[in-house]
Design a protein around this ligand. Sequence first.
Ligand code: SF4
Length: 216
Amino acid sequence: MGGGNIRSKEDLMNEIIDRIASCAACPLSVSRSNVVPGEGSLDTPIMFVGEGPGEEEDLSGRPFVGRAGRLLDKIFESVQLNREEFYITNVVKCRPPGNRTPKQEERRACSHFLYAQIALIQPKLIVCLGATALSFFLETPVTMREARGKFYPWIGGIRLFVMYHPSYLLRVQSKAPGSPKYQTWEDIKLLKKVYEKLIAGWTFEQIEKEIGSGTP
Ligand code: SF4
């Protein structure tokens, strides 16, 4: 009959998750309670990638479920989106102690898991949550101030975009024009527009023509 060796995306993702679960390639394996591989749609055109799991994520094994995660859910809901429409993960799959920024060697040790997830899902856009995640992809340090509001071309025609990490937004109060919260509202409205066009089959070139690229 043939075709017996074709494996579903779910099967392949489960294999990646199994490998993450038994990984001890960096010191974060020692302090973790659970690995946090990621979750969401495998057929989405958009992935969201943060820098690393926090305490509640470490305890539950799920990404963005703590206070920051609940704020991220609200950000989605503000434009009638739902987190299940996207794939959400982090650069490193185990919690750095004390929620510190993952070290370069930890990011490097873990990167093949994220690359495997990206290769499987084949998103058109990766939304980085925080400058650390964008710096990982661009392989150069960037700040939110210089990086926000632009689509960066990356490998395989994938675009990168950065939003404030929701845990940072929890620490700022102002919603005045120009504030990080206000800018996040602008960003999520833009992302909704881009998402609708991507699921309607538009290419990124067409989208950039329509909305103005902001490409650096
Ligand atoms: S952070 Fe990544 S590389 Fe380090 S132990 Fe966890 S899964 Fe392995």
